[in-house]
Design a protein around this ligand. Sequence first.
Ligand code: AMP
Length: 189
Amino acid sequence: MNVIIFGPPGAGKGTQSRSLTEYWGIAHISTGDLFRNNIANETELGLKTKAYLEAGRLVPDDLTISMLEERLQEPDVVPGFLLDGFPRSEPQCVALERIMSDMGRKIDHVINLYVSDDVVRNRLKGRAGIEGRADDADLEVIEKRIATYKTQTRPSLEYYRPKGVVHDVDGVGTVEEVFDRIIGALVRT
Ligand code: AMP
């Protein structure tokens, strides 16, 4: 099973992705985590991408797509994978389509976790203290990430609507409630 999870920053994508991938026994691929690991290890990719993460801007598509393509060659993706934070732009959707076709696979489900801007702002402020992410602590960066989600990432969701694979799920509630909603939505298809 190959799944994408969409949602604004702070929607709970990371938390739900960890539970869902454990439940389904599939690989969790978070492009944000991959970038943060590269930055922490001061790799060439990390040095090239650090400024984008700090500013809350999208990393250029070529760097992001090649990183994802490489990750999808690892053996743990064989049973399936959940993409958390990818695709985030139209060129990334097109690239994913090509990668899937090269792999002889397809996207089975797209989860759209929706929450209001105010919930996002409050959750990110809370998370900044817990996870120590600099991009959660700066109000200007938070606003930039919300705006980037609306202008660049949310339209990507529309790429999948005509394919009939999108499940809209309310992201407000406890972690368990939202998890049950997601599982329920997918079971009904
Ligand atoms: P996230 O952990 O998903 O909130 O991602 C943190 C940051 O990593 C984003 O604000 C972007 O700077 C960068 N990033 C993650 N995924 C992507 C992507 N698919 N395309 C471009 N930039 C990304």
